[in-house]
Design a protein around this ligand. Structure first.
Ligand code: AMP
Length: 326
């Protein structure tokens, strides 16, 4: 698939002496894993090139992955920028991106903004890391793939696919994950980092379970306002994580976390679903993303309630016209 584009990307990389790798704001395991893994491969394969990874935005839970140096602005001049896992230019974490000479986009979101000079977009992939793994396998004789790089790539594959459970996971996903394991992924340490949590997280979960709201048709939702954030000493990111605590209620095929963004004066919306898509709702509320995992923004409690009502209507229609859902 897209063999020609992958070859074009490798050849482009080989012609540049400075390459900057970048990802999306609020990076998740896939954004961090794909960019860290890809950067490591470029550094190991081309020690004579200057390879940077931009690192303006962080996620606490991934701090074990380590940080990066800040990229000097002048480095962009004449450089090749490789942006991974980032659907639109507004979501690129480094806003110096336009200063690069050329841009390569590598992404698995539904195409909405082909901002690259080369765009390699495969929205059927369960993660951007799956694409990087595919790149590794395709060019295994030309790239140096260390256990560290493979571990980062594997991390993105397991996190973005919900440990290989979500829509988009295929036999190919597993074969590519297997290919990464063959490079000696340190999964014991990786999973220890991913699965252990501070005790305060458990106290928050207890609050969330007590305050989940359910609509008539079974949309599970919660609003984490500034008071709750203060009560538990939460960063916006930590507050946003509560979406995963809503995911296991039988009959709740849609679940939504609303998180007050005190700094921006709006409310971050994280929508998730199984069996039916919620991307259209996200689009109606200034957002987008994947069919069953999308993000949006609302600007008032009233708008939040409208969003919940829209989701409830959608779920009601789905349930009345489908069978076999749990
Ligand atoms: P989140 O709930 O922020 O993790 O978002 C879920 C998915 O939707 C991620 O893949 C995001 O990249 C994508 N997404 C989130 N917010 C937006 C947005 N405003 N526009 C487009 N895609 C988004």
């Amino acid at each position: 698939m897209n063999e020609q584009i992958k070859l074009q990307i490798l050849e482009k990389i080989e012609t540049y002496s400075t390459i900057i790798v970048s990802r999306h704001i609020r990076p998740d395991g896939d954004a961090v894993g794909s960019t860290k893994g890809f950067t490591q491969i470029l550094r190991d394969t081309y020690p004579e090139k200057k390879i940077y990874l931009t690192d303006e935005d962080h996620s606490e839970y991934l701090s074990f992955c380590g940080g990066e140096d800040t990229v000097p602005e002048e480095a962009y001049e004449g450089a090749l920028l490789v942006v991974i896992d980032t659907g639109t230019r507004a979501r690129i974490s480094n806003q110096n991106y336009a200063k690069a000479k050329e841009i390569i986009k590598i992404d698995h979101h539904i195409e909405a903004d082909p901002y690259g000079d080369i765009n390699w977009v495969e929205d059927f992939r369960s993660s951007a890391c799956e694409m990087i793994a595919d790149f590794c396998v395709t060019f295994k004789d030309r790239l140096k793939i260390s256990p560290t790089a493979a571990t980062f790539i594997y991390m993105g594959m397991v996190t973005d696919s919900g440990r290989f459970r979500f829509e988009g996971v295929t036999g190919e996903t597993m074969r590519l994950a297997g290919a990464m394991l063959d490079y000696c992924v340190d999964y014991e340490t990786l999973f220890a980092h991913l699965y252990t949590e501070d005790i305060t997280k458990f106290r928050l979960k207890s609050y969330v379970y007590d305050h989940i709201q359910l609509t008539k048709n079974g949309v599970a939702w919660i609003y984490i306002d500034r008071n709750v954030q203060e009560q538990f000493g939460l960063t916006l990111e930590a507050a946003s994580d509560v979406v995963s605590d809503l995911s296991k209620i039988r009959g709740s095929l849609i679940w939504i976390a609303f998180i007050e963004n005190v700094e921006k004066g709006n409310i971050r919306v994280r929508l998730r679903s199984r069996f039916l898509g919620i991307n259209d709702i996200a689009k109606n509320y200034h957002g987008g993303g994947h069919n069953m995992a999308a993000g949006a923004t609302v600007f008032s409690v009233e708008e939040m309630k409208r969003c919940v009502e829209d989701a409830d209507i959608l779920l009601g229609e789905y349930k009345s016209t489908h069978e076999g859902w749990l």
